[in-house]
Write a protein that binds this ligand. Structure first.
Ligand code: NAD
Ligand code: UFG
Length: 332
């Protein structure tokens, strides 16, 4: 298929472009480079031998977005583009709603205008909010107890997509709810390279390992979990990327929703000790206070994706750490 990947120079988008090209699809990328660099295209080309056509466009600009759709004949869109920093979204809610919700509406309008009928959307486990549950399944209520504007944008876009696909004839939408993506392409050329100060665990660990941040603060060791730290369902970014190929190749009319996770939680302490074991280096770590809004533990029930898409994770946290270290070696 000829696929437009929005946000395709970003972390998950670029890894998905690699897997799409490897599976024989034709890829074009639309990105405004607000949180990524054009260099991603070189890396995708280095790994796959194919350089995707690139459109430097902001989805907030409807006219420019429409021009891209009018100049090409896309069969499907995978929509990654969005702002994703939870803390920043609390400080700048309007920017988040305008960029994420506004951008998604412009994208859907351009798709409607040009008759593109297949959409895959990057959602997040955050839409499940805080329900006191540990394992999340797709049929559970969403949109209750969401604590930040970023999470609300995901919940709102999911609803907009459901309404849109109901109103459009022959439209297929697949909403993928990611758990905690980590890791890097096994080639060592492509990985996560966030601009500025990262918030997520693995990018912080990477910066501490490289000496760019003096120490890692563990946000709380007094949770009611076995070792006191939070537990998350970490998923290797290549497994996550392959989930999009499975979704793309199994689309049907209407809206489908799938969790993409491993179903197995790993604690923050476990991640750190695996990182230390694999890298052979001790990380400077201190125990800090709990971070506002963090849930003690949650993971995916990944059964639906397995049953309907034939997809399940093949890699684990150790693979993700090994691939991250391999990527870091190539950076320095
Ligand atoms: P990323 O920041 O690396 O990639 C997002 C890309 O979108 C960037 O390249 C950025 O420049 C681009 N972008 C942002 N706003 C845009 C706009 N208005 N027009 C055009 N391009 C724009 O983030 P990522 O980690 O690769 O995440 C991809 C998607 O997956 C996001 O929608 C994110 O919310 C979602 N997601 C990520 C995680 C995670 O932990 N990384 C978890 C759940 C969901
Ligand atoms: N953590 C630390 N120290 C750090 C960074 C993180 O101890 O410096 C801990 C957090 O407290 C948490 C765990 O590591 O217990 C994972 O934190 P992340 O920020 O990596 O991930 P979250 O689970 O908080 O957030 C992720 C995605 C969000 C999404 C959310 C819910 O990054 O986009 O899951 O699905 F909204």
């Amino acid at each position: 298929m000829k696929v437009l990947v929005t946000g395709g120079t970003g972390y998950i988008g670029s890894h998905t472009c690699v897997e799409l090209i490897k599976s024989g699809h034709t890829v074009e990328i639309l990105d405004n480079l607000s949180n990524s660099k054009e260099e991603s295209l070189d890396k995708i080309e280095k790994i796959t031998g194919t350089r995707p056509k690139f459109h430097k466009v902001d989805l907030k600009d409807y006219e420019k977005t429409l021009e891209v759709f009018e100049s090409e004949n896309f069969e499907a869109v995978i929509h990654f583009a969005g702002l994703k920093a939870v803390g920043e979204s609390v400080e700048k809610p309007l920017e988040y709603y305008e960029n994420n919700v506004g951008g998604a509406i412009n994208l859907l309008r351009a798709m409607r205008e040009t008759g593109v009928k297949k959409l895959i959307f990057s959602s997040s486990a955050t839409v499940y909010g805080d329900q006191g549950a540990k394992a999340y399944s797709e049929e559970m209520t969403t949109g209750v107890g969401i604590t930040n504007p970023y999470g609300w944008t995901k919940s709102m876009i999911e609803q907009i997509i459901r309404d849109f696909s109901r109103a459009q004839k022959d439209f297929s939408a697949t909403i993928l709810r990611y758990f905690n993506p980590i890791g890097a392409d096994k080639s060592g050329f492509l990985g996560e390279d966030p601009n500025g100060i990262p918030n997520n665990l693995m990018p912080v660990v990477m910066k501490v390992y490289r000496g760019e941040i003096p120490e890692l603060t563990i946000f709380g060791d007094d949770y009611e979990t076995e070792d006191g730290s939070c537990r998350r369902d970490f998923i290797h970014v290549t497994d996550l990327a392959k989930g999009h190929i499975a979704a793309l190749e199994n689309m049907e009319n209407g809206t489908k929703v799938y969790n993409l996770g491993s179903g197995k939680p790993t604690s923050v302490f476990e991640v750190i000790s695996l990182f230390e074991k694999i890298s052979g280096e001790k990380l400077p770590v201190r125990i800090g206070k709990r971070r506002a809004g963090d849930l003690s533990e949650f993971w995916a029930n990944p059964e639906l994706a397995k049953k309907e898409l034939g997809w399940e994770t093949e890699l684990d946290v150790e693979d993700a750490i090994r691939d991250t270290l391999n990527y870091l070696k190539n950076l320095s």
